[in-house]
Design a protein around this ligand. Structure first.
Ligand code: SAH
Length: 345
């Protein structure tokens, strides 16, 4: 049995752990501080924690479950890390330099079973969910590698976060906690392909965390063609859940819309999209499709991207085009994959 990542437990769970092992409760706060404030890389450095307790922890948890296989830097400064996990699987994590600071894109599953027709993560299906600690460890390892604090997190790497909801919740709790990584909830964005029941759970559990929904089509026929999950959760149900989310949270929601040439980028699609989101407090993020060699879907022309945007603006919809980052190291949206088999550049 592989040991669990040392970043797996919330503060109350550490309290349970130390108390169950006959140690005073305050030890939990000390451990938490070493892990998240001092960010030590081994048990030796936990100076004020008694050896007996460290041994008990080391029987169950491990610091060294994460190995950096490759670390690439793109021409625009975007960095991609390939990590090997304790069980030999690999995942990708991306760090971006934004105008407001560093932002990290984390992975929540090894592979993905949603099977969207345009996404590299779908190739090969789902292997397993990541544990909360394995999601947190991505931030700790990347921050350590670059020697800087990371202030923004997007849960948009490999996987469907709402299929791994419990780990996602623990992850958010750990990175948001003021004695943890202390990353503001409003600086965390979770993106989902639209698992409707979990949108309701998210509205209840994470009112301050930002939510983005991968829409990519504004009519059911087309959406089902490119995202099979639309069969289970069609647009009417997504929009109902979105309205509930907005009422519960008083937030604005983001809709992501990848522009694919002649698939969903025609003028009529823009009008459909405007109609669908009419009256909804939202922001549309248009994503120029990133190439995935095996999938044979093409990106829209620059001209059509601008046209699509203009139509939405005319219809008074908030819209921006996502800045492309990391494309030359296959670190752009939808290009991440849970394998090394594709030659790294
Ligand atoms: N499963 C979640 C989060 C991971 S994908 C979701 O579907 O939202 C993060 C974003 O990248 C999604 O909007 C996804 O649709 C988009 N994406 C996937 N493949 C892409 C590609 N080839 N080019 C551009 N964006 C892509």
């Amino acid at each position: 049995m592989n040991k669990r990542s040392i970043y797996s437990l919330t503060l109350p769970e550490w309290e349970d752990f130390v108390v169950t092992n006959g140690q005073p409760k305050f030890r939990a706060a000390q451990i938490f501080d070493w892990l998240y404030v001092k960010q030590v890389s081994g048990f030796d450095e936990m100076k004020n924690v008694p050896n007996t307790l460290k041994e008990l922890i080391a029987n169950v948890f491990d610091f060294t479950t994460f190995k950096t296989v490759t670390h690439q830097v793109a021409t625009d400064g975007t960095q991609k890390f390939l990590f090997r996990l304790a069980d030999g699987n690999t995942i990708e994590t991306v760090l971006m330099k934004q105008s407001y600071g560093l932002s990290i894109c984390v992975t929540t599953q090894i592979g993905c079973r949603i099977g969207c027709s345009f996404c590299a993560s779908a190739i090969g299906g789902l292997v397993r969910n990541l544990e909360a600690g394995e999601i947190v460890a991505q931030i700790i390892h990347v921050a350590r590698a670059v020697g800087e604090r990371i202030g923004h997190v997007v849960v948009m790497g490999i996987g469907e976060p709402f299929e791994n909801y419990e780990a996602l919740t623990t992850f958010i709790n750990l990175i948001n906690h003021d004695k943890g990584l202390n990353i503001g909830a409003r600086h965390i964005t979770v993106s989902t392909s639209g698992l409707v029941p979990k949108i309701y759970d998210f509205a209840r559990d994470h009112k301050q965390v930002s939510l983005a929904i991968s829409l990519h089509a504004a009519n059911d026929n087309l959406r089902t063609k490119i995202m099979q999950i639309n069969r289970a959760y069609p647009l009417s149900e997504i929009m109902k859940a979105v309205k509930h989310y907005l009422k519960e949270t008083n937030r604005r929601i983001t809709f992501e819309y990848i522009l694919m040439r002649d698939v969903n980028d025609l003028d009529e699609h823009a009008y459909q999209l405007a109609r669908l989101v009419k009256g909804i407090n939202c922001h549309i993020n248009l994503i120029p499709m990133n190439p995935v060699a095996e999938l044979g879907v093409e990106r829209s022309s620059k001209k059509q991207v601008m046209k699509f945007k203009e139509i939405l603006e005319q219809e008074r919809v908030n819209v921006t085009v996502r800045r492309e980052m990391g494309a030359n190291i296959d670190a752009a949206c939808g290009q991440l994959r849970a394998s090394e088999s594709k030659g790294m550049k």
